[in-house]
Design a binder for this molecule. Sequence first.
Ligand SMILES: Nc1nc2c(ncn2[C@@H]2O[C@H](COP(=O)(O)OP(=O)(O)O)[C@@H](O)[C@H]2O)c(=O)[nH]1
Ligand SMILES: [Mg+2]
Length: 206
Amino acid sequence: MGLNSFDAVAGPRPQDVLPESASVAVKIVVVGGFGVGKTTLVGAVSEIAPLTTEETMTQAGAGVDDLFGVEEKSATTVAMDFGRISLNDRLVLYLFGTPGQQRFWFLWNGLFEGALGAVVLVDTRRLESCFDVLGRLEEGGVPFIVAVNQFPDAPQHSLEDIRLALDLSPDVPLVGADVRHREAGRDVLLALLRRLHTLAQPLEAR
Ligand SMILES: Nc1nc2c(ncn2[C@@H]2O[C@H](COP(=O)(O)OP(=O)(O)O)[C@@H](O)[C@H]2O)c(=O)[nH]1
Ligand SMILES: [Mg+2]
C-alpha cells in the first residue's frame, strides 16, 4: 500500500498527491486541553483540507467542558482532526488531533499506536488542563514536546516559569507559538522531530 492511498480521504486534487519520492510517513498526535488550539494547529499546517469532526457543543457538554477563556467557542472536536504535511520531498507527517476532555479518553485507545511522538498544546490561562494529558504520555512512554499557544489576553509567563509550573523535565522541549500561523505550526513540528532525532541517538551522544 503506497502512501498515496491516504488521499482517498481528501479526494484527488493535484496538491493532495504526494511526490513519488515520499517514502517516510510519520504519525504525530496533537493533544491538549479543551480549546488550546489543536484544530487550529492541524488546520494551519495541513496541505490537505483537514478532516475535522467538530460538533456544536450540546447541553451535555455544558458545565462539563471548561469554557473559561474560550467563551466564544461553540464547536468542539468530538472525534479528531486529521491533516497532512510534507516536511520535505521524502518525509510526510500525518497529524491526529484529539480531544483532551476526559470524557473522550476512550478515543485515546489506539490513537498512540504507531505514533512517533506528540505535541502537547497548552494555554497559560488553564495550564492545569494539560496535567492529565502529560501524565498519560509519560505513562505510555510517548515522546513529546510542549508548545505554549499564546492567546492575547493570556498572562505572559516566561517559558522557564511555565516549565516549573508543569514540572517538565529539563530535556523536554518547550516552545512558544501562535499556531494560527502555518510557519509557527511548522516550527512546532520541527521541534518535535528534533526531539525524536535526539532520542534516537545513544545517550552518550546527546
Ligand atoms: N488568539 C488566538 N486564538 C487562537 C489561537 N489558537 C486557537 N485560537 C482560537 O481559539 C479557539 C479554540 O481553538 P481550537 O483549535 O478549536 O481548539 P481545540 O479545542 O484545541 O481544537 C478558536 O476559536 C481559535 O480560533 C491562537 O494562537 N491565538
Ligand atoms: Mg478541536
